[in-house]
Design a protein around this ligand. Structure first.
Ligand code: AR6
Length: 172
């Protein structure tokens, strides 16, 4: 489906209506993509996040984008991988589902995702990619109003995992 693309790049530079942040439950910033988004958006993003009271794993909250090109940031804390028996797969699927539902509520037509949970949170990237591709493709099938979903991968190996997962999804 052409409404879904997988690219290598820096999500901070994305020009989509919204970008998704792989946050933590405090929503008060951190390292990785979260740190990069907060640095680029500026202090006002942190100030708005401070009013939100945190966010549970798998849920999502929306803020403005401030100095980013994106109008909105959707913050979702992914699960920390603890071996796979602690609902990690379901919680990661919830991140994609809840972020997309929030996008829809806010009239967002184009959205960029990072590879949630596969950095500091150590979720195995091939399994994460399978879950992300399934949730995004199912959503696009049911929501013709969503014009473009982009997976913005930071490195070649991550991109390869998502490309492979999309090929497997399309063959199934
Ligand atoms: N653009 C796109 N992807 C990026 C960027 C970027 N600018 N920077 C890193 N990535 P991570 P997590 C990739 O660790 O595993 C934070 O401290 C990165 O290479 O950012 O969900 C939060 O505050 C990897 O593929 O997120 C939490 O405490 C992917 O983004 C915790 O880390 C996710 O890596 C969340 O851990």
């Amino acid at each position: 489906m052409e409404r879904f693309s997988i690219i290598k790049g820096d999500i901070v530079k994305a020009k989509t209506d919204a970008i998704v942040n792989a946050a933590n439950t405090s929503l008060l910033g951190g390292g990785g993509v979260d740190g990069a988004i907060h640095r680029a958006a500026g202090r006002e993003l942190l100030e708005e996040c401070e009013t939100l009271g945190g966010c549970k794993t798998g849920e999502a909250k929306i803020t403005h984008g401030y100095k980013l090109k994106a109008k909105y940031v959707i913050h979702t804390p992914g699960p920390i991988w603890r071996g796979g028996k602690w609902d990690e797969e379901e919680l990661l699927a919830n991140c994609y589902r809840n972020s997309l539902a929030l996008a829809k509520e806010n009239g967002i037509k184009t959205i960029s995702f990072p590879s949630i949970s596969t950095g500091v949170y150590r979720f195995p990237v091939h399994l994460a990619a399978e879950i992300a591709v399934r949730e995004i493709m199912n959503y696009l099938r049911e929501n013709p109003d969503m014009e473009q979903v982009t997976m913005v991968c930071f490195d070649d190996d991550t991109k390869a995992a998502y490309v492979e997962a999309l090929a497997a999804y399309q063959q199934a």
